[in-house]
Write a new protein. Structure first.
Length: 211
């Protein structure tokens, strides 16, 4: 039995479902929203490489070291991006969350916070993880800020650690959160989501009143 079994997670109109070849067209469209493959500090596939990107993820799933999800908008069925558990270490009850990217139009929305709440909750509360980790490019400052907002702690920097798509070598910034830290982080994520929802309702009410 694999440590991470197939599962579908949903909340706030966002669904995480196991990435499959049927998501190819949707994933290609999500990446085209902002031409995300041109960002050198991410691993978003170029349009012609979308199928091989999925096939690689499926092979890594079969090998037991990565489980990729498609991020889907429930109301429309639109694919918004992808995220994964990776570097799965059952012996020490550890996973990392990464390979994460979203269509430009849903960045800085509730989508990332919702996905992280779902994945962290499943990792800690269902899989029984002792630690969840993250890693990012030393020049991906937006990603570092987003990880820190989750409540993760910076463990350090692995210097000259991995190749970027352009052939340069990056330093990798490592973060983690323990099971003991999860309850406070969960409360903060719920607070952020509730605050955003309240603001959206107030905006909608103001717009309706102005008609």
């Amino acid at each position: 039995m694999a440590f991470v079994e197939p599962v579908t997670l949903n909340r706030n109109g966002v669904r995480l479902e196991p990435l499959a070849l049927e998501h190819e067209a949707g994933l290609r469209a999500a990446a085209a929203d902002g031409e995300l493959w041109n960002i050198r500090v991410t691993s978003v596939p170029e349009p012609q490489d979308t199928r091989s990107y999925i096939e690689t993820a499926l092979k890594m799933r079969a090998d037991g070291n990565r489980f990729a999800f498609a991020v889907v908008e429930e109301a429309s069925g639109r694919v918004l991006g992808s995220t994964s558990y990776h570097d799965i270490l059952p012996a020490v009850h550890r996973v990392e969350i990464g390979y994460t990217w979203y269509a430009q139009s849903v960045q800085r929305s509730h989508v990332n916070t919702t996905c992280k709440l779902l994945m962290m909750g499943h990792a800690f509360d269902t899989l029984g993880c002792a630690v969840v980790g993250w890693r990012t490019d030393n020049y991906n400052h937006a990603s570092q800020r987003a990880i820190e907002r989750l409540g993760a702690r910076k463990d350090g920097v692995l210097r000259h650690h991995a190749l970027r798509r352009d052939g340069t070598v990056r330093d990798t910034v490592m973060y983690s959160m323990t099971a003991a830290e999860w309850p406070e982080a969960r409360a903060q994520l719920l607070y952020l989501l509730n605050r955003r929802q309240t603001a959206q309702l107030q905006t909608a009410a103001s717009a309706q009143a102005g008609k």
